[in-house]
Structure formats: structure tokens, C-alpha cells
Design a protein around this ligand. Structure first.
Ligand SMILES: NC(=O)c1ccc[n+]([C@@H]2O[C@H](COP(=O)([O-])OP(=O)(O)OC[C@H]3O[C@@H](n4cnc5c(N)ncnc54)[C@H](O)[C@@H]3O)[C@@H](O)[C@H]2O)c1
Length: 261
């Protein structure tokens, strides 16, 4: 039976957290799901060592994968990553804008530097990834852009104000881009994960735990647990595939009921 992404080529920013046996990041889990469903996958990340190793692991599983160095906040890096994808696999059908970092802090606790870096990665990075994917997708007759926002892009997070603002920006950018490119069959959607157990989230929680603050996340979640990255990847896979052919400008919340309260 053909895979759900058979014949498609995908570029995933922040995709280096894909080591089998370790806790997966959301981009890493998406990479494995895409490879399993027949896509050729390019992982783009700042972390060259983990990115190359992850791509090699995916190839060992029998799928096609490659790594390209990508700082998602830099326009020339996106130009190179898209060119690399076209040179390696001949086309581009799917981009997942997943690269991210966190910054804890309310309004007065947030430095200008932290603000700029959060807006850079979560707003500008998503804009640049979309901008440079569009011409290649146009040549393929269409495509799917999946922007990984957050529940913090829908409801305010007073403890991570710059992060929340960046995620809100990527949510509304998604809708503006979806309208602009709908006639060209290029769909643009956002995914809003709730609390997900990933390397990035573990490092943020370690900061809290260092200060003796217990993990505040689980009591807030109606399903009573964190998500696995694979559960977020299932939603990304749907939006990347032709199963979502009538879905654009939408926001897919995957949060264990968190924002239903
Ligand atoms: N984990 C959660 O609870 C959660 C919840 C909602 C949204 N998200 C979002 O999902 C995305 C993935 O998060 P995760 O927790 O799976 O992270 P993760 O553990 O996969 O780590 C993020 C990855 O992004 C890479 N990266 C960081 N800055 C980059 C840049 N400028 N250019 C390229 N790569 C860069 C890192 O090297 C790392 O590999 C992020 O955008 C995050 O904000 C995460």
C-alpha cells in the first residue's frame, strides 16, 4: 500500500531531534512519520552533529533523508536549504517550520535581547521558511506549509511573554499566507501543541526544577499527561498529506484538552 506521503519531498526546520531511542522533538518525530509514509526528508537545523546523525538513522531504516545546516532566522540560510533540497531530491512539496527555543519571563523580566531572539525564531523564521518554499512549491503545482505554533499562540502565557508573542505572530501569519496562496494550491496551516515531552521542553523544565519549582504542567491538562512528540507529528502528517486537501488557514490544536477549559 502506498504511503500517505509517497512521492513527496519535505523540508523540516528544527528536525535534528530525531534520534531513535532518545526522546524525540516534534520536528524529529515528524521526520520519522514522514519517512515511514514514503516522503524524502531534509532535516534543517543549527545542530549539525545531531542533524547528520539523525538523517543517517533515517536512511538506515530504508528511507531517503539528508541534513542541511539551517539557521531559520537567516534568509540566506533558507535560500541554501531550499536549493539543497531541490538539488538532492528534485522538488519540494512540504515545509514544516518547527525550529524553536524558549525564553521564560513576564513583561518586566524579558530583556530586549530575549524578545528579539524569540520573535526572530518564531515569527521571522516561519515567515522566511514559507517565503522561500513558495517558489519551489509553485513549480510542483502546489504544496503544504505547516507552521508549528503553540497553545501559547492562542492563549497568553504570562511566564513566557516573548515566546507567546512569537507564537501568536506565526498563527496569524499562517492565515495571511494561506489566503494569498490558496489559488496556487499551496496550503498553509498551523499546529498548536500543548505540553509535549521533548528535549527542548525537558531543558526548560530543568531550569524550573533547579529553582525547586515543581513541574506545573500536568495538573492543567484534562488528559492528565504530557503529549509525546509522535502525537503532535500525527497532526503534522495529516496537514502535510493530501488527506487535508481542503484545509488551509486552519489551526490544529493538539493539547490534551488544555485550551478547552
Ligand atoms: N515541547 C513543547 O511543549 C512545545 C509546545 C508547543 C510548541 N512547541 C514548539 O514546537 C517546536 C519544536 O519544539 P520541541 O520542543 O520539539 O523542540 P526540540 O526538542 O525538537 O528542539 C528544537 C530544535 O530546533 C533547533 N533550533 C533552534 N533554533 C533554531 C534555529 N534558529 N534554526 C534552526 N534550528 C533551530 C534546535 O537545534 C533543536 O534541534 C518549537 O517551535 C516549539 O516552540 C513545543
Amino acid at each position: 500500500m502506498a504511503g500517505r506521503l509517497e512521492g513527496k519531498v519535505a523540508l523540516i526546520s528544527g528536525g535534528a531531534t530525531a534520534h531513535k531511542g532518545n526522546v524525540l522533538g516534534i520536528g524529529g518525530a515528524a521526520a520519522w512519520a514522514f519517512a515511514r509514509e514514503g516522503a524524502k526528508v531534509v532535516l534543517g537545523d543549527l545542530d549539525d552533529v545531531r542533524g547528520e546523525e539523525a538523517a543517517a538513522q533515517i536512511r538506515e531504516s530504508g528511507a531517503e533523508a539528508a541534513f542541511v545546516h539551517l539557521n531559520a532566522t537567516l534568509e540566506p540560510n533558507w535560500e541554501k536549504a531550499v536549493a539543497f533540497t531541490l538539488k538532492t531530491f528534485g522538488k519540494l512539496n512540504v515545509v514544516v517550520n518547527c525550529a524553536g527555543t524558549t525564553a521564560i519571563g513576564g513583561v518586566e523580566q524579558t530583556t530586549e535581547k530575549a524578545w528579539d531572539s524569540q520573535l526572530d525564531v518564531h515569527a521571522k523564521g516561519v515567515f522566511l521558511g514559507t517565503k522561500h518554499a513558495i517558489p519551489a512549491m509553485r513549480k510542483s503545482g502546489g504544496g503544504s506549509v505547516v507552521n508549528i505554533s503553540s497553545i501559547d499562540g492562542i492563549i497568553g502565557n504570562a511566564h513566557a511573554v516573548a515566546y507567546s508573542t512569537g507564537k501568536g505572530a506565526s498563527r496569524i501569519f499562517t492565515k495571511a499566507a494561506a489566503i494569498q496562496y490558496a489559488k496556487e494550491n499551496i496550503r498553509v496551516n498551523s499546529v498548536h501543541p500543548g505540553y509535549t515531552d521533548t528535549p527542548l521542553a525537558r531543558s526548560a523544565i530543568a531550569e524550573l526544577e533547579k529553582d525547586g519549582i515543581p513541574d506545573p504542567r500536568i495538573p492543567r491538562v484534562p488528559l492528565g499527561r504530557l503529549a509525546k512528540a509522535e502525537e503532535i507529528a500525527n497532526g503534522i502528517l495529516f496537514l502535510a498529506s493530501d488527506e487535508s486537501s481542503y484545509v488551509t488557514g486552519a489551526e490544529l490544536v493538539i493539547d490534551g484538552g488544555m485550551t478547552a477549559q
